[in-house]
Design a protein around this ligand. Structure first.
Ligand code: ADP
Ligand code: MG
Length: 704
C-alpha cells in the first residue's frame, strides 16, 4: 500500500483549484503520463519541468526602462481611451504614469469591461511585460501580468516557462504547479546526508520548489543542483526496483534443470550448419544457469541474423530433456509463425512436440491445444502474448523464452515473470537491439547477458547507399537489372495510407506504382491486412512467387527470406537508426550480393544526414546503437516512447551516466546492508519507490 502521506499527490489533477474537466484533457495532452495512467494526477505536474524562465525582476522607473526588455512597473492608472465606435481595428489604450513618465498599455480586440475592472482609474497596479517605444511614446501591448498591490505575490518575478499545448496557458499551469507543490508533504529524506552534502543538493521538496518557483534563473537548468537531485531520485528508485525484482528472482529456488543432451544432440545433428563460437558460448551460459539453484533471468543479445532462434531452441530442449515444458513468445503473429516454421523441421528430427498459440487459434483448435498443453503432450508452445492468458496452463513449464526483437516493454514483463504463478520458471529474453551498457542498466538493472558477437559464416556484407528521392527512376532501372538475375526486393514505406498532414510515401501508392513498372510480381504487406492475407503474401514472397514485397514496417520483426537481397527503405530519414539496422538485417542472408538503399527526401537536416551516413559506413549494430544514442538520446533507441516502456521524466540530465552508475551502486549497497528495507533510510526509500510508482517492486519485496 502506498503510504497515505503520498495520497494528495496521486489524486486527480482535478482536485486542484482552477482545473476542471476541460483543462484536465489539455493537461493530459501536455504532461507525459506513465503507461497505463489515463488521467493526469497532481504528481504528474511535479515532473513536468520548465524549459526556462522569464525574468521579471527588472523594476525600473519609466524614464529608465529599456525598450525591448521585460520589466515590471508600478503604475498609476490615468485614463482609458477605448477605440472609436465601429472601429474594431484600433486598440484600446490605457494611459498610466509613474513619477518619471507615462506609458500606454495597449489592447487589441479588447473586452472593455474586463480592462476597466483590471485597471481602475486612479489606482496603483503592478504591470509586467515587454516595454516598447512607439514613436516618442512608451507602450506595452497586452501586459503579461496586471496585479493590484495586495496581490503582488501572484506576480512571479522569475516565471518558469513550461511546455504547453493549445488552449492551456502558462498562467493556468503555473497556478496548478504552485498548488501541486503545496501538496507535497514533508517526507523523510531517503538520500544519504553525506552524499547530499557532497553534491550540494537540496532536499526533495526544496528541489521541486526551486525548479517550479525559481529564485535564480539557473535553478531551472537540468545541470543545476535541484534538477540533478530529482534526477538522482528517479534513477535510484528505478535501480532499487530492479534490484528488488532481481533479489526476489534470485532467492527463489529454481529447480536444477539438467538434461542428458539427448534431444540437443539430435537437433544439432539436423542443423545444416555448425554453431558459431558465440552460439556455443551463450548456450553454455544458459545451461549453467538452468543447472544452478536460482532462477535464470538472462538476456540473449544478438544482432539481426546472429542466430538467436537456434540458441533458444536448444535452451528449450534442455527443459524437455528434463521432462518439463518450454514456451517461446514472439512480439507479433508473423514472427511467431516464422519461429514455428524455423523450428519445426529440427523439432521433428528430435521428436519434440510443438504447437502454436496466437490470437488466431480459436474455439476447438484452441481448446485442443490447451488440453494437450495441460496434459504435457506439448513440449514447446510457440506464440504471441496470447500465451499469457489466464486459461493457458502448462503441465510443467520450466523455461520461457521471450523474443523481444526490438519492441521493448520487457521491464513490466520481467516483473510479471518474476512473480509468476510458476515460481520457478526460468526466463530468457532475446533482443536484437544492441543496447549499450548504460541503457541496459536503466531498463533492466543488472541483468545477466549473453552476447552473440559473431555472425554465422557465409554472411555477405551489405552495400548500403543513400539515394535522394529524385533519383528514384535510376534506382528502378538498377532494380530491373537485378530482378532479371533472380533478385528479390523488400520495399519499406513508413505509413499505410497517405495522410493529408504528411507527405510520407504511402505503401499503397508505391505498390500501385511499382506494379505499373514491374507487373504483377509486386506484393503488398501492411498492418491493416487480415492475418491470413499477410501469411499468404509472405509465403508467396518466400516461394519467389513475388519479386518485390512492398511493406510497412510490419516486416521489421524477424522475417527470413534468404533469397531477398535488396532492401529499399523510403523516407529512411524518418526511421531510427536501430530500426534501419533491423530492416537492413533482412537481406544479406543468402548467396547474392546484397544492397540496402536508403531513399530520402532532400534536403536532409544535419543530424539526419549524419545518421544515414553512419548506416553507409558500418554494419556493426553496437556502433550504430551508440551513435544513435549520441545523436538522438536513449528513449529513441529503445523505442521507449512508442512502446510504453518506462522512460525518464526528469532524469535526462547532463552527467546522466555518472548518476546512473552511482544509483546502481547505491541500490546494491542499500539492499546488501538492509535487505528488508527496515532501517530509517530503508523506510524512506520505500516512500521513494511509491513516489516514482515502482509499486510493483515494493509488492514483490513484501511478498518475499
Ligand atoms: P536472429 O538472431 O535475427 O533471430 P535467426 O535465429 O533468425 O537470427 O537466424 C538467422 C538465420 O541464420 C537463420 O536462417 C538461421 O537458420 C541461420 N543460422 C543460425 N545459426 C547459424 C550458424 N551457426 N551458421 C549458419 N547459419 C546460421
Ligand atoms: Mg529472430
Amino acid at each position: 500500500m502506498r503510504p497515505a502521506s503520498l495520497n494528495p499527490l496521486f489524486a486527480s489533477a482535478q482536485a486542484l483549484t482552477g482545473i476542471g474537466p476541460r483543462l484536465v484533457l489539455l493537461l493530459k495532452k501536455c504532461l507525459a503520463l506513465p503507461p497505463g495512467v489515463t488521467e493526469p494526477r497532481v504528481a504528474d505536474l511535479l515532473w513536468h519541468m520548465p524549459t526556462g524562465v522569464i525574468d521579471r525582476r527588472t523594476e525600473p522607473q519609466l524614464a529608465a526602462a529599456v525598450p525591448g526588455t521585460i520589466v515590471t512597473l508600478c503604475l498609476r492608472v490615468l485614463k482609458h481611451k477605448p477605440p472609436p465606435r465601429g472601429n474594431n481595428k484600433a486598440p484600446y489604450k490605457v494611459t498610466c504614469e509613474d513619477d518619471t513618465g507615462r506609458i500606454d498599455l495597449v489592447f487589441f480586440h479588447a473586452e472593455r469591461k474586463f480592462i476597466e475592472k483590471q485597471l481602475p482609474v486612479g489606482e496603483l497596479r503592478f504591470v509586467s511585460g515587454r516595454i516598447e517605444r512607439y514613436g516618442e511614446a512608451l507602450q506595452m501591448a497586452h501586459p503579461d501580468y496586471i496585479v493590484s498591490p495586495e496581490a503582488r505575490d501572484e506576480l512571479p518575478m522569475l516565471e518558469p516557462v513550461y511546455p504547453l499545448t493549445a488552449g492551456l496557458s502558462g498562467k493556468v499551469l503555473i497556478k496548478a504547479e504552485r498548488q501541486a507543490i503545496e501538496r507535497v508533504p514533508d517526507l523523510p529524506e531517503w538520500q544519504e546526508s553525506n552524499w547530499l552534502a557532497a553534491r550540494g543538493w537540496p532536499g526533495f521538496k526544496a528541489a521541486l520548489k526551486r525548479i517550479h518557483q525559481p529564485a535564480e534563473a539557473q535553478d531551472v537548468s537540468n545541470g543545476a543542483a535541484p534538477w540533478q537531485r530529482l534526477a538522482y531520485d528517479e534513477l535510484l528508485a528505478g535501480q532499487l526496483a530492479f534490484a528488488l525484482v532481481r533479489q526476489n528472482h534470485k532467492v527463489e529456488r529454481g529447480r536444477r534443470l539438467s538434461g542428458d543432451g539427448r534431444i540437443r544432440a539430435k537437433i544439432i545433428a539436423a542443423l545444416p550448419f555448425s554453431l558459431t563460437g558465440s552460439q556455443t558460448a551463450a548456450l553454455e551460459e544458459i545451461v549453467a544457469d538452468l543447472a544452478a539453484s536460482h532462477r535464470m533471468l538472462r538476456l540473449l543479445q544478438g544482432d539481426v541474423g546472429s542466430g538467436k532462434t537456434v540458441v533458444a531452441l536448444l535452451a528449450m530442449a534442455v527443459a524437455v530433456e528434463a521432462g518439463a515444458q518450454a514456451a517461446l513468445m514472439a512480439p507479433t503473429e508473423v514472427l511467431a509463425r516464422q519461429h514455428l516454421e524455423t523450428i519445426a523441421p529440427f523439432a521433428e528430427a528430435a521428436g519434440l512436440r510443438i504447437a502454436l498459440l496466437t490470437g488466431r487459434e480459436k474455439g476447438k483448435a484452441r481448446d485442443s491445444i490447451l488440453t494437450r498443453l495441460q496434459d504435457g503432450e506439448v513440449d514447446i508452445l510457440i506464440g504471441t502474448h496470447a500465451l499469457f492468458q489466464a486459461d493457458v496452463r502448462f503441465k510443467d513449464i520450466a523455461i520461457a523464452v521471450i523474443d523481444e526483437q526490438h519492441r521493448f516493454g520487457v521491464h513490466q514483463r520481467l516483473a510479471l515473470q518474476a512473480k509468476g504463478a510458476n515460481g520457478d520458471t526460468n526466463v530468457l529474453v532475446m533482443t536484437a537491439t544492441p543496447i549499450p551498457r548504460t541503457l541496459l542498466m536503466t531498463h533492466y538493472g543488472d541483468l545477466d547477458v549473453s552476447k552473440l558477437k559473431e555472425k554465422p559464416a557465409g554472411r555477405k556484407p551489405i552495400v548500403t547507399k543513400m539515394v535522394p528521392l529524385e533519383l528514384l527512376e535510376r534506382l528502378i532501372d538498377r532494380i530491373r537489372v537485378q530482378l532479371s538475375e533472380g533478385a528479390q526486393v523488400y520495399w519499406v514505406c513508413p505509413l499505410i495510407e497517405t495522410s493529408e498532414l504528411t507527405d510520407l510515401a504511402a505503401a499503397e501508392e508505391r505498390h500501385a506504382y511499382l506494379r505499373q513498372t514491374f507487373g504483377d510480381d509486386v506484393g503488398l504487406l501492411h498492418g491493416g491486412l487480415a492475418a491470413k492475407e499477410k501469411d499468404e503474401t509472405m509465403a508467396a514472397f518466400a516461394a519467389r512467387g513475388l519479386k518485390i514485397l512492398v511493406a510497412t514496417t510490419v516486416i521489421e520483426v524477424g522475417v527470413n527470406v534468404p533469397n531477398a537481397n535488396i532492401m529499399v527503405i523510403e523516407h529512411a530519414e524518418r526511421f531510427g537508426l536501430a530500426q534501419l539496422h533491423q530492416l537492413r538485417g533482412r537481406v544479406g542472408r543468402g548467396t547474392r550480393e546484397s544492397f540496402c538503399m536508403l531513399l530520402y527526401k532532400s534536403p536532409l537536416g544535419e543530424t539526419a544526414g549524419k545518421r544515414l551516413e553512419m548506416m553507409e559506413r558500418t554494419e556493426d549494430g553496437f556502433l550504430i546503437a551508440e551513435k544513435d544514442l549520441e545523436l538522438r538520446g536513449g528513449g529513441e533507441i529503445l523505442g521507449a516512447r512508442q512502446s510504453g516502456a518506462p522512460g525518464f521524466r526528469v532524469a535526462e540530465v547532463p552527467g546522466f551516466e555518472m548518476l546512473l552508475t552511482a544509483a546502481r551502486d547505491d541500490a546494491a549497497l542499500v539492499l546488501a546492508n538492509d535487505p528488508g528495507l527496515v532501517s530509517p533510510r530503508g523506510e524512506a526509500l520505500r516512500t521513494l519507490l511509491y513516489l516514482f510508482e515502482c509499486d510493483e517492486a515494493v509488492r514483490l519485496f513484501r511478498a518475499a
